[in-house]
Design a protein around this ligand. Structure first.
Ligand SMILES: Nc1nc2c(ncn2[C@@H]2O[C@H](COP(=O)(O)OP(=O)(O)OP(=O)(O)O)[C@@H](O)[C@H]2O)c(=O)[nH]1
Ligand SMILES: *[C@@H]1O[C@H](CO)[C@@H](O)[C@H](O)[C@H]1NC(C)=O
Ligand SMILES: [Mg+2]
Length: 459
């Protein structure tokens, strides 16, 4: 739902974590033979269905990112730093913007500060199946580590547009990605070692429909800045207004590598559009972001153990529930938490509806129910058990120790997406995406539970 305001982070911890990740990447590079041995002369085709990053860069990752960009190819990038699902949406928006501007997106890693700042950043292509996404949407996707050597200490200068500064009206002195600017720029510095000067996007980037208080910009207004006319008209009116932090240089927004500070609050027509049926970012990109085979296998193994499936039996159809508690209690305001969140009987009523729909529409009886939640109260979980529902016990599985801190949220999201039914929490992006995946990938039955006051989900 709403993006959590910048949680205070120790920049040093983040940089240390990032350095750890770079070293890890370096070791991986040493162990793996270079995949850049082909000498390809052909110009890239945007309709190429072959996933081959060499066609879109000059060669192996370089010290300065610019040395690796092709002079016949235009690129686009942006950054993310919120909850993981929000970041999936942000990168989905970036890729959709790449699609409509005919540019190659360069995708950063996922940052872990909302899970645990000590967890290293996670490579997009290790959870999202990039070759499949690329084939489905017809454009190539690059990742930052393929362009610039993650080990590089070179501070590249870059000019970018700030959308955030333009669309926030609730703040007296708007800035690029306010609240998170310092954090974001340090992240950029650590991740890509880029020193950015910012230019404010024109006021007309704002989404005009129903959005004044919601700080959204529109896809096509931002897209127009990727083309010469809107670009030069805007630059004539709006000079670069923030010098870069390190080198104190003032560069106009780059046109070879177009970049924006933050693309979470972007829609075509309506705010929070990923919740709406016609959402172009979901339809043209999001639904094609399938999981990598490795992650699918791992999630399936966890789901099977949670359901006690005998070794030689297929994984049975199941319904997943996602109950988002945690910091959502802040939205309860004066309503006591136990009356604000949906109770287990209210959740069970929704589960029955999904079972009933699956019986009548698909002719299947689904008895396996898997709970996923950020709730930590053991009493609540024992009530879940009493209803005959199960869950993945990540502590007993030792998932974090074996695979890392990211994996519980990844595995929960994959399990949710692979159910034939889903019951989630209205207003949680994790639930929104799970519903959409279950509907789009499995033709499944879904319900979102309303909450916030007693009886909120009565219907
Ligand atoms: N493992 C696990 N983590 C969860 C679950 N629900 C929430 N979380 C954690 O809380 C984060 C919530 O942020 P998002 O993924 O952006 O989703 P959201 O529910 O819209 O939350 P906000 O963005 O904070 O409004 C997730 O990324 C997880 O780290 C869950 O069911 N399982
Ligand atoms: C573009 O790059 C190619 C190969 O790197 C080079 O031969 C060519 O001269 C460059 N073209 C321009 C216009 O700079
Ligand atoms: Mg969210």
């Amino acid at each position: 739902m709403f993006l959590a305001k910048g949680r205070k982070q120790s920049l040093r911890t983040i940089c240390a974590a990032l350095t750890g990740a770079f070293l890890l990447g370096f070791v991986t590079l040493l162990l793996k033979p270079s995949s850049y041995t082909l000498d390809i002369q052909d110009a890239p085709s945007t309709h190429s269905t072959i996933f081959n990053s060499q066609l879109y860069v000059q060669g192996p990752p370089t010290q300065r990112f610019r040395d690796n960009l092709r002079n016949d190819t235009k690129y686009i990038t942006s950054w993310a730093s919120a909850g993981w699902t929000n970041d999936v949406i942000t990168y989905g928006n970036l890729i959709y913007l790449a699609l409509i501007t005919d540019r190659i997106p360069i995708i950063p890693k996922f940052l872990s500060h909302h899970i645990d700042p000590s967890a290293p950043p996670f490579v997009f292509g290790e959870i999202i199946d990039i070759p499949r996404l690329s084939q489905s949407i017809g454009i190539h996707l690059l990742q930052w580590h393929e362009v610039k050597d993650p080990e590089s200490q070179v501070l590249d200068d870059l000019g970018c547009w700030t959308v955030w500064e333009t669309v926030q009206h609730h703040i007296e002195i708007p800035e690029p990605r306010k609240n998170n600017f310092e954090h974001l720029s340090s992240v950029i510095k650590c991740m890509t070692i880029t020193d950015i000067s910012w230019t404010r996007t024109p006021a007309w980037v704002e989404l005009t429909s129903l959005s004044k208080q919601h700080n959204h910009a529109s896809f096509w207004s931002l897209a127009s800045l990727a083309f010469p006319e809107a670009r030069s008209n805007s630059l004539a009116l709006s000079p670069t207004n923030h010098l870069s932090l390190q080198h104190k240089v003032s560069l106009p927004p780059d046109d070879h590598l177009l970049c924006f500070d933050f693309l979470y609050y972007i829609s075509a027509h309506h705010t929070w559009e990923w919740e709406l049926d016609y959402s172009p970012a979901w339809r043209f990109v999001g639904q094609h972001m399938r999981w990598t085979a490795n992650m699918e296998t791992l999630a399936d193994a966890h789901a099977r153990r949670a359901m006690n499936v005998p070794v030689n039996d297929p994984t049975p159809p199941y319904i997943t529930i996602h109950i988002r508690h945690g910091d959502f209690r802040e939205q309860c305001e004066e309503v006591p938490v136990d009356q604000c969140f949906a109770s287990l009987p209210v959740i069970a009523r929704r589960v029955s509806e999904v079972q009933e729909e699956l019986r009548t529409r698909k002719g299947i009886q689904v008895t396996h129910i898997i709970m996923t939640s950020d709730e930590s109260d053991p009493e609540w979980w024992s009530e879940v058990r009493a209803l005959g529902w199960t869950w993945v016990d990540y502590a007993a599985e030792r998932t974090e120790e074996i695979y890392g801190k990211w994996h519980p949220v990844f595995i929960d999201a994959i399990i949710q997406s692979n159910g034939v039914g889903f019951v989630g929490t209205r207003g949680s992006t994790m639930s929104t995406l799970a519903s959409r995946r279950v509907e789009s990938w499995h033709g499944g039955a879904t319900r979102l539970i309303s909450w916030g006051s007693p009886g909120a989900d009565d219907h």
